[in-house]
Design a protein around this ligand. Structure first.
Ligand code: ADE
Length: 242
């Protein structure tokens, strides 16, 4: 996979690059490159953003600046680029990142992540240059960099060989192997600590029973999460739209 991140803060990714699964992915031939919008801005003084039309707080990343950066990198009109490459804007209102979406991205040969700053993107970037808009959660970050790192982390660790152990990304939370449920609990030595014993089944050496126990634990966690989410949802009549 060729993964490109467009940002005003490429140095934020210096630490991320040193993570073992990222280094493994690179050793396997995948790439992670950062492109600074400021390097190709057509505006003077390195300007990349502007005040919003109609007024309001903050600054908005300019469409001409993003076009110049995409053209310089890919040598084509960004309107056409998105036909052949996933070009993703990171924005709080986008499609929520989840395991199926991570799998989808991990299967792509080329992915571009566009980070916004300040008040975000001129909407024409989203409408005309992006193939997708992705959110990492219903809260607002100061910029897309941390969100891009979350996406990159989740995607790169899925690439075959990026994690040391082959099975590590197979039977994990939200995977198909666990029916999309959270992962079962893990324990390691000592088997007893301050009187807290680990479940006997894990010491039984009986693989079928261990597998069944783990699956049941995952299902139980899924049920608990569903009832917790239902309890958190406002009751009908309390919702602002009701
Ligand atoms: N940029 C700012 N907040 C974000 C979020 N929650 N998800 C993705 N990108 C963002």
């Amino acid at each position: 996979m060729q993964l490109d991140v467009f940002t005003l803060f490429p140095q934020w990714f210096d630490w991320f690059r040193t993570q073992r699964h990222v280094e493994n992915a690179k050793r396997l031939g995948h790439t992670l490159d950062c492109v600074n919008y400021r390097d190709t801005t057509p505006l003077s003084g390195g300007q990349v953003d502007d005040t919003p039309f109609g007024g309001g707080a903050g600054m908005v990343l300019r469409v001409d600046v993003v076009e110049a950066a995409l053209r310089a990198r890919y040598g084509c009109d960004p309107v056409e680029l998105r036909e052949r490459r996933r070009v993703i804007v990171l924005t709080p209102g986008g499609r929520q990142l989840d395991d199926p979406l991570v799998d989808e991205l991990a299967a792509e040969p080329e992915v571009t992540l566009l980070c916004g700053r300040y008040e975000g993107f001129d909407e024409r970037i989203v409408e005309h240059f992006a193939s997708d808009a992705i959110s990492i959660g219903r809260y607002v970050l100061a910029g897309g960099e941390l969100a891009a790192m979350v996406v990159a982390d989740a995607v790169l660790r899925k690439l075959p060989g990026a994690l040391g152990h082959v099975d590590s990304a197979h039977e994990e939370s939200f995977s198909a192997a666990l029916e999309g449920a959270p992962e079962y609990p893990h324990y390691t030595r000592p088997a007893e600590y301050r009187g807290w014993r680990i479940p006997d089944v894990l010491l039984s050496g009986h693989h079928r029973r261990i597998h069944d126990w783990r699956l049941e634990q995952s299902r139980e966690r899924a049920r608990a999460a569903a009832s917790r989410d239902a309890a958190q949802r406002p009751a009908a009549g309390d919702r602002p739209e009701d």
